[in-house]
Design a protein around this ligand. Structure first.
Ligand SMILES: Cc1cc2nc3c(=O)[nH]c(=O)nc-3n(C[C@H](O)[C@H](O)[C@H](O)COP(=O)(O)OP(=O)(O)OC[C@H]3O[C@@H](n4cnc5c(N)ncnc54)[C@H](O)[C@@H]3O)c2cc1C
Length: 259
């Protein structure tokens, strides 16, 4: 894995919902090994080494446009780190380390046949570049997304997806209930998912019952993002793995249980 460390300029910071921001930065590194792939993430930091929080914050690549020279992040404002990111304005700078992690193998996924992409809440963040890469590889995925109430960031998916199905806990939009209530894995050859653990566990169980392979992108609190500190190690069925370097994308059967 190659990860670079650099300062980048903020081009835009948009508010998509009360606590959801879309941050676009200039990214012009021409080296192919640093071209971000779907499912990879960067460690972001817009504060000095003397300031808190001590650790940089991992945020997935939402979109990457090599021609425009831009990199986009979609994030939820949760605590001190993301509040500091949310204070950034066009012209400000921040530090990026990355791209980190394995990401999705979109060429192999597209070759699998019919692909469903399933997201929950801010777990939709890495799914835009995923759908874009799948579409570029000749596969138009079907997108299934669950939100608590109002969906966000979905227009950007329209050019790349065969269909978009929405579920909301409140019933405000689409199916009233969990996204697992509208997903039928038997209609697909592969399911790719990112979202809350409980949702991915449910997606995995449906896939296992239908005999359909499933890949899941995990989230863990992490410190270095580069596999050095082992702070994000998770215990998989094939032994201990770091989420930041061996993941964040894993075969679902290695990280989730059926029972
Ligand atoms: C590989 C990876 C990719 C990620 N991609 C995105 C993304 O694209 N968009 C996005 O909004 N978030 C993403 N996250 C989560 C994001 O890193 C955390 O929300 C962020 O670090 C919180 O920092 P903070 O200082 O704002 O909040 P903190 O003050 O550190 O925490 C605030 C609250 O958020 C919880 N929290 C913090 N980190 C995590 C975490 N990793 N998982 C679950 N809960 C957490 C804490 O327990 C606490 O309740 C990703 C995490 C990982 C590991």
């Amino acid at each position: 894995m190659s990860a670079t460390n650099c300062k980048v300029g903020v081009l835009a910071q948009e508010t998509l919902a009360a606590d959801i921001r879309r941050l676009t930065v200039a990214w012009t590194d021409p080296r192919p090994e640093y071209r971000p792939r779907a499912g990879q993430f960067f460690m972001l930091r817009s504060w000095s080494a003397a300031e808190t929080p001590v650790l940089s914050r991992p945020i997935s690549v939402h979109d990457a446009d090599a021609e425009a020279g831009t990199l986009t992040f979609l994030y939820q404002v949760k605590g001190e780190g993301t509040q500091k990111l949310a204070a950034l304005r066009p012209g400000d700078t921040l530090s990026l380390t990355g791209p980190c992690g394995n990401g999705f193998d979109t060429a192999a996924a597209a070759a699998a046949g019919r692909v469903a992409v399933v997201g929950g809440g801010i777990g939709v963040a890495p799914l835009l570049l995923l759908c874009k890469e799948l579409a570029a590889a000749g596969c138009r995925p079907e997108l299934y997304v669950g939100f608590r109430d109002e969906p966000y960031a979905l227009e950007a998916f329209l050019p790349y997806c065969g269909a978009i199905s929405v579920a909301t806990d409140s019933g405000a939009v689409g199916y009233h209930g969990l996204v697992t209530g509208i997903l039928h894995p038997e209609n697909f050859d592969l399911v790719l998912t990112c979202g809350p653990n409980v949702m991915m566990q449910g997606v995995y169980r449906l896939c296992a019952a239908a005999g359909v392979p499933c890949l899941a992108s995990l989230e863990r609190r992490m410190a270095c993002g580069l596999g050095a500190c082992l702070g994000c190690t998770c215990h998989t069925k094939v032994g201990p793995r770091t989420v930041c370097q061996d993941g964040p994308v894993f075969k679902a059967e290695e990280v989730f249980d059926l029972a």
